[in-house]
Design a protein around this ligand. Structure first.
Ligand code: NDP
Ligand code: ZN
Length: 355
């Protein structure tokens, strides 16, 4: 089979590989919709998870099942399925502790395009199909459905980590597709004021649609100064970081009220340390919590998030700014993710088959 791969750090290209083998609990799928991710860019071009050789990229997909293992109970050949980016081992101790995304070690549930071949191929392998896959709901557009692999669960997880609740003032730093889903999630969880940081015009417009009340450009000076000005020196209850870099944490700490939470969902691609400003952190006693997390996955959560889309609580279609057809458009779509032209939010590829 053909796959689009990270050949080594800084280099991508097509590779030929054997079709993966299906274990008794697993499924083999072919893609019907795919989306490249900013994480693919950190992985390939920053070498953020280290060197990989000829590893097929991609972790955002909707698939059709071509083969199932003999112990799979709830899925059959021909089913169209939502494929989460994270596919944990559900029997692991980490899963039993409530952190399945770290099954087998930190970030261990993130297998696609990290520890094993990803979904940018003619066929891809899904472990523990019953626990990890969800049926594509009748009537859901497969292109929209790719946002359930990673963008929706990650952005919403930022809101869970930040424990956003009614009437709070929330700052969302970064309004690419991940941050946009954090804005939407914060509004759904009852945030009152949502300050959103970003500049791309499409992202700004969509952030407002999803519930942002104030837009801040990081190009207009330090974020903390702008937030303090807008809030009359009070700061915010919660911060969700979905963009920026290692220095963004200092800006976040400076605007967070005592007892507040800073939730990071950004993939920090380079550097060794994150600096926390001592005084703003209450000289170590400010009760300002800093947490960071990889999206949780699993069938039930994926079904629930799909349920929100099916019942009109969330419309992701506005994020899909660049649409392609056919596996062969993967290099172009990934390049867009690297270049981030000003009109880009998210590229998506649909793939149709004769049979
Ligand atoms: P984008 O690159 O599309 O968005 C990044 C956002 O951050 C943009 O709004 C950008 O502004 C803004 N930004 C850039 N520089 C700064 C700065 N210095 N200060 C503040 N904001 C800044 O990324 P995605 O939305 O696709 O992804 C966001 C992050 O989430 C990535 O690092 C990705 O790898 C990670 N991720 C994490 C996952 C998880 O499970 N935790 C899963 C999936 C992704 P502008 O409008 O100017 O471009
Ligand atoms: Zn992703």
């Amino acid at each position: 089979m053909k796959g689009f791969a990270m050949l080594k750090i800084g280099e991508v290209g097509w590779v030929e590989k054997e079709v993966p083998k299906c274990g008794p609990l697993d499924a083999i799928c072919r893609p019907i919709a795919l989306a490249p991710c900013t994480s693919d860019i950190h992985t390939v071009y920053e070498g953020a998870v280290g060197e990989r050789t000829d590893m097929i990229l991609g972790h955002e997909a909707v698939g059709e099942i071509m083969e199932v293992g003999e112990l799979v109970k709830d899925f059959k050949v021909g089913d169209k399925v939502l494929v989460p980016a994270i596919t944990p081992d559900w029997g692991s101790l980490e899963a039993q502790r409530g952190f399945a995304q770290h099954s087998g070690g930190t970030l261990g549930g993130w297998k696609f395009s990290n520890f094993k071949d990803g979904v940018f191929a003619e066929r891809f392998h899904v472990n523990e199909a019953d626990a990890n896959l969800a049926l594509l709901p009748e009537g859901m557009d497969p292109a929209d459905a790719t946002m359930l692999s990673d963008m929706v669960p990650t952005g919403f997880h930022g809101c869970e980590l930040a424990e956003v609740t009614y009437g709070e003032d929330v700052l969302v730093i970064g309004i690419g597709p991940v941050g946009l889903m954090a804005v939407a999630g914060a509004a759904l969880r009852g945030a009152a004021r949502i300050l959103a940081v970003g500049t791309r015009p499409n992202c700004v417009a969509l952030a407002k649609e999803y519930g942002a009340t104030d837009i801040i450009s990081y190009k207009d000076g330090p974020i903390d100064e702008q937030v303090m000005k807008l809030t009359g020196g009070k700061g915010v209850d919660k911060v969700i970081i979905a963009g920026g870099d290692n220095d963004t944490f200092a800006e976040a700490v400076k605007v967070t009220k005592p007892g507040g939470i800073i939730a990071n969902i950004n993939y920090l691609g380079s550097g060794d340390y994150i600096k926390i400003p001592r005084e703003a952190w209450g000289v170590g006693m400010g009760h300002i919590r800093i947490v960071g997390g990889l999206m949780p996955a699993g069938r039930m959560r994926t079904e629930r998030l799909a349920n929100m889309m099916m019942n009109g609580r969330l419309d992701v279609s506005g994020m899909l700014t660049h649409k392609f057809e056919g596996l062969e458009s993967l290099p172009e779509a990934l390049q867009l993710m690297k270049d981030k032209p000003s009109d880009l939010i998210k590229p998506v590829i649909t793939i149709s088959y004769e049979d």
